[in-house]
Design a protein around this ligand. Structure first.
Ligand code: NAD
Length: 246
């Protein structure tokens, strides 16, 4: 990892934070990016305090120009881009389709899906110049199955599989690998909007008997980002305590 430059979006919290910390611990130079500046800078402080290398860059992934600026920042600051983790995402409005607002639909699609296209558009161009790269897009188990009250989220996470496969067809021959990760329910602030009773029911859907931890997902992201996964491209990897095995 020592010579690798990594971007992690949504890195101020949860899975993104754990991934940024793991890449830095293994020697990478990490651009911690998020819309939450204070928390993002706190993650950078954690990394640099432990002897790692990281910089914060504020970017809203739902805006194309912010994605471009983020890639430009990584290249200007650390000289190139090797690995990108497109992780930022939101749960969004919880309503069945008839009651879902148009704004709620568009917000989730903007943040969870348009971000993946915008991110890869600029990341891939930088990786082409670099002669190699690895992109890890964060989908969900809800990229494979439905979930009541979350049509926009489920649609966005399914679409990430399609764009990941297509990017792999387009760029794998140029030494750039693109994969996606499908976590089940992971104990992060994203789940704060769920009440305790629903959380207990959801735990019961995981044969392993608990929610996952951000650090467990970070290990898979790290493997896909690193050269250890050199033959993996265009694939969806679930990490789900058995959720999809039922
Ligand atoms: P989290 O809420 O802890 O972290 C998400 C981060 O994304 C936050 O720091 C937030 O500020 C940032 N973010 C939100 N909108 C943004 C925007 N427009 N631009 C830039 N940053 C933005 O959530 P998490 O659980 O760590 O989720 C990370 C990813 O994992 C998401 O894509 C989520 O859909 C996915 N995921 C989470 C779970 C889960 O159960 N927690 C399960 C499957 C997939």
């Amino acid at each position: 990892m020592k010579d690798n430059v990594v971007i992690v979006t949504g890195a101020a919290s949860g899975i993104g934070e754990a991934a940024a910390i793991l890449f830095a611990k293994e020697g990478a130079k990490v651009v911690v990016s998020d819309i939450q500046e204070e928390n993002g800078r706190a993650v950078v402080d954690k990394i640099t305090g432990a002897g790692g290398k990281a910089e914060f860059f504020k970017a809203d992934v739902s805006k194309a120009e912010d994605n471009k600026a983020l890639v430009d920042f990584a290249v200007k600051t650390f000289g190139k881009l090797d690995i990108a983790v497109n992780n930022a995402g939101i749960g969004g409005e919880a309503n069945k389709i008839v009651d879902m607002s148009l704004e709620g639909w568009h917000q989730v699609i903007d943040v969870n899906l348009h971000s993946i296209f915008y991110g890869m558009k600029y990341q891939l161009a930088a990786m082409q110049k670099n002669g190699k790269g690895s992109i890890v897009n964060i989908s969900s188990i809800l990229g494979k199955v439905g979930f009541m009250g979350s049509a926009a989220y489920v649609a966005s996470k399914h679409a990430i599989l399609g764009i990941t496969k297509t990017a792999a067809l387009e760029y794998s021959a140029e030494n750039i690998r693109i994969n996606c990760v499908g976590p089940a329910f992971i104990d992060t602030p994203l789940l704060d909007q769920l009440d305790d009773e629903l959380k207990q029911q959801l735990v019961g859907l995981h044969p392993i008997g608990r929610f996952g931890k951000s650090e467990e997902v970070a290990e898979l992201i790290f493997w896909l980002g690193s050269d250890k996964s050199s033959f993996a491209t265009g694939a969806y990897y679930s990490i789900d305590g058995g959720y999809l095995s039922k």
